[in-house]
Design a binder for this molecule. Structure first.
Ligand code: NAP
Ligand code: ZN
Ligand code: ZN
Length: 348
């Protein structure tokens, strides 16, 4: 087994530091990838610090992977050496349950295998994209459209699909009023994608300094969520609100911002629960509170092609691998414009 370089956390309180990990030799349907860039998702931080419980150490985070194929297994048909490809949050699923058959591998009934901190069917632990190479079965590899900036494309593999999927599922398009809560990695992709789908987009933010950027990214209105009067002024306006916030907060002011039959979709998954929402806010206007997990593989390819057509990539701050711990601290302060991406050439 080749030894390769990666960055890992050894415990919930330790910084990420270099670690040599082994990758499997490509099997017949595997693809080996030299990683060029990896986005930094808030989920990486939650998992590295055991915010959700159950993290197995060492953990190598990273599920917004872009790279070039270095080898393909004998049965691989859709890719060849040299292709630029992406890997998102999943690397395996049963491929035969009802959700898998519908292309909803993220909801696999046997449990999908995450790109890191997850078990493969053979019992081995997965290590993510904060590393030089990865080996992934062909079905979970995405094609990166020609001409798309590879570093800016990396965050599409999680932040992009996690916002695209619910926007599509709840049929966002012209004539729909959409609110995006939080202008971080997910939120800024949500603003860009919802605007490209033709919706009228409002950003809800705790950071007044992000208002100008939000307008540049496609929002026509910005609401400072800490200002009660501003929240009151938008009551009853939205068809859909996509909530990307990574910390516990009151949901009622957002539920009140929904129209009759409106839906708020939660994608943010904080370490502590939100204060309970008032059921009256749901019942009195037949509103829904929903959730959504990333997106399926074919939908991820659809999202990449949609982004290529609409000239959308992520707004990124490129960092060296060794800067990851500082990047995590900045992410906790909502100080990212708007996704860190690691240049993997800086590792090893
Ligand atoms: P991020 O870049 O850190 O962005 C989160 C944003 O939330 C911040 O930029 C900030 O925006 C807002 N925020 C942070 N703390 C807040 C607070 N105390 N009160 C109100 N707003 C606050 O994180 P991300 O990578 O976009 O991820 C967001 C969440 O989604 C994380 O919990 C992550 O684990 C989860 N996630 C879920 C899925 C899924 O499939 N459902 C996929 C990926 C990630 P403003 O400065 O604009 O207020
Ligand atoms: Zn993620
Ligand atoms: Zn399945």
């Amino acid at each position: 087994m080749p030894m390769i370089n990666a960055y890992a956390a050894q415990s919930e309180t330790s910084d990420l530091a270099p670690l040599d990990i082994a990758r499997r030799e490509p099997r017949p349907n595997d693809i080996a990838i030299d990683i060029e860039y990896c986005g930094v998702c808030h989920s990486d931080l939650h998992a590295a610090r055991n915010d959700w419980g159950g993290t197995t150490y060492p953990i190598v985070p990273g599920h917004e992977i872009i790279g070039r194929i270095s080898a393909v297994g004998s049965a691989v048909s859709r890719f060849k050496v040299g292709d630029r490809v992406g890997v998102g949050c999943m690397v395996d699923s049963c491929q035969s349950c009802s959700p898998c058959e519908q292309g909803l591998e993220q909801y696999c009934e046997k449990g999908m295998t995450g790109t890191y901190d997850s078990k493969l069917p053979d019992g081995s632990l997965t290590y993510g994209g904060y590393s030089k190479h990865v080996v992934v079965r062909e079905e979970f590899v995405l094609r990166i459209p020609e001409g798309m900036d590879p570093a800016g494309a990396a965050p599409l593999l999680c932040a992009g699909i996690t916002t695209y999927s619910p926007l599509r599922h709840w049929q966002v398009g012209p004539g729909k009023k959409v609110g995006i809560v939080g202008l971080g990695g997910l939120g800024h992709m949500g603003v860009k994608i919802a605007a490209a789908m033709g919706a009228e987009v409002t950003l809800f933010t705790t950071s007044p300094g992000k208002a100008e950027d939000a307008r540049r990214l496609g929002a026509s209105q910005v609401v400072i969520s800490k200002e009660r009067d501003q929240m009151k002024a938008v009551r009853g306006q939205f068809d859909l609100i996509l909530n990307t916030v990574a910390a516990p907060h009151k949901l009622d002011p957002y539920l009140q911002a929904l129209k009759l039959d409106g839906t708020m979709v939660m994608v943010g998954l904080p370490d502590e629960p939100h204060p309970p929402a008032g059921m009256g806010n749901l019942i009195m206007k037949r509103r829904s509170l929903a959730g959504s997990l990333i997106g399926g593989i074919s939908e991820t390819q659809e999202m990449l092609d949609f982004c290529a057509e609409n000239k959308i990539v992520s707004d990124i701050e490129m960092i060296a691998m060794a800067e990851i711990n500082t990047a995590y601290e900045r992410m906790l302060k909502s100080d990212v414009k708007y996704r860190f991406v690691i240049d993997m050439a800086t590792l090893g």
